[in-house]
Design a binder for this molecule. Structure first.
Ligand code: NDP
Length: 332
């Protein structure tokens, strides 16, 4: 039997852009699921770098006050009209945003965007690998089209997406070069299967030339952005895939398209949502991802679990480059 749904809940919101101090711990109404939506009682919200972009203003907030958070796991507690996919009691994971934010006790979210968590996978692990795992897996499959034996480069390889990219590239049979800013982070990348380690403070362009014997990198996965983009263009192999997917060091400035010519570079700036907007793709990639975790082919790295009222500390830690793996917020 389910506990009654309260009228109000705790949520972390911003009323303006700024540093972690603008995160407010507020009481707001529990949302009502409209037609096609379900109401999820969240267990864990994932902290993602994108949350800091919306907080700081790099990505414009669609409205204020804006509740933070774009990923969670939890349990269905109510369904709106014309929802047949889920019944109350089902454990689910989802990515959302805007009106359906996740640094909150309850979220009303479109049922079409939600997947059930299979038995054998905890809510904690589901939230820890969902958004970043779908990102890593779809970018390897669809953006990088990585094949066994190819040279790959993962920047920030000890981060949330990075730890998953390294392990997944290993499972695909790629040769993996990992960068990170400290020896401890590089050691984690090595544990996950990275073949070569390069400290990002070193001259990575010449190191990679040496490592690949002049071939260059067939697929570069770069969530660092501004600081590494120019080096990426130097390190990419002929016909290589350059997947620039984040702004941890700032946004990449406008690119002169002529720079792509000398090596016939395939430059992409993908967003994970575009690879899972079709329901069939969402289900296929999610089940492949969950299987990797359940079968223990993918190790889940949780840096820390914060309480909802301490969300600001999670942002401080993530932006300070001291974290490895996933940051979670425990909610219910
Ligand atoms: P991470 O856990 O990877 O944290 C960011 C890491 O970036 C840091 O740990 C740090 O690692 C590195 N970094 C390099 N320069 C800086 C800097 N100046 N300030 C802060 N960090 C820096 O975060 P996530 O896994 O959440 O996200 C990784 C990237 O992937 C982000 O850019 C994010 O926006 C992007 N992303 C994009 C998606 C998409 O759909 N396009 C989806 C999901 C994530 P080190 O110290 O080793 O350099």
């Amino acid at each position: 039997k389910m506990a009654p749904i309260p009228a109000t809940m705790k949520a972390v919101q911003i009323a303006k852009n700024g540093g972690p101090e603008v995160l407010e711990y507020n009481d707001i109404p529990v949302p009502k699921p409209s037609a096609g939506q379900i109401l999820v009682k969240n267990h864990f919200a994932g902290v993602n770098y994108i949350d800091t972009y919306f907080r700081a203003g790099l990505y414009p907030a669609p409205f204020f006050p804006l509740t933070m958070g774009r990923e969670a796991s939890g349990e269905v507690v109510a369904v709106g009209d014309s929802v047949s996919r889920f019944a109350p009691g089902t454990r689910v994971a989802y990515m959302a945003g805007g009106e359906s934010a996740t640094y909150a006790e309850y979220t009303a979210v479109d049922a079409e965007k939600v997947v059930a968590i299979p038995e054998g996978l905890s809510s904690e692990h589901a939230a820890a690998i969902y958004l970043q795992g779908l990102t890593a897996w779809t970018f390897i499959r669809e953006a990088g089209e990585v094949k066994a034996g190819q040279w790959t480069l993962v920047h920030a390889a000890a981060g949330g997406v990075g730890t998953l990219l390294v392990q997944m590239l290993k499972s695909v049979g790629a040769k993996i070069i990992a960068t990170a800013s400290t020896d401890e982070k590089l050691a984690l990348a090595k544990k996950h299967g990275a073949d070569y380690l390069v400290n990002s403070n070193d001259d990575i362009v010449s190191k990679l030339k040496e490592i690949t014997g002049g071939h260059g990198i067939d697929a570069i996965f770069d969530g660092v952005g501004k600081a590494t983009f120019d080096a990426d263009l130097q390190m990419i192999a002929l016909k290589g895939h350059l997947i620039s997917f984040g702004n941890a060091s700032g946004a990449v400035p406008p690119v002169n398209i002529l720079q792509l010519g000398p090596k016939n570079v395939k430059l992409m700036r993908p967003i994970v949502n575009g690879y899972v907007s079709e329901r069939a793709d969402l289900e296929r990639y999610t089940s492949e991802l969950f299987d990797l975790v359940i079968s223990k082919k993918l190790e889940v790295n949780i840096h820390n679990i914060y309480s909802l009222k301490d969300a600001a500390q999670a942002h401080i830690d993530l932006e300070s480059r001291k974290t490895t793996g996933k940051l979670l917020i425990k909610i219910n």
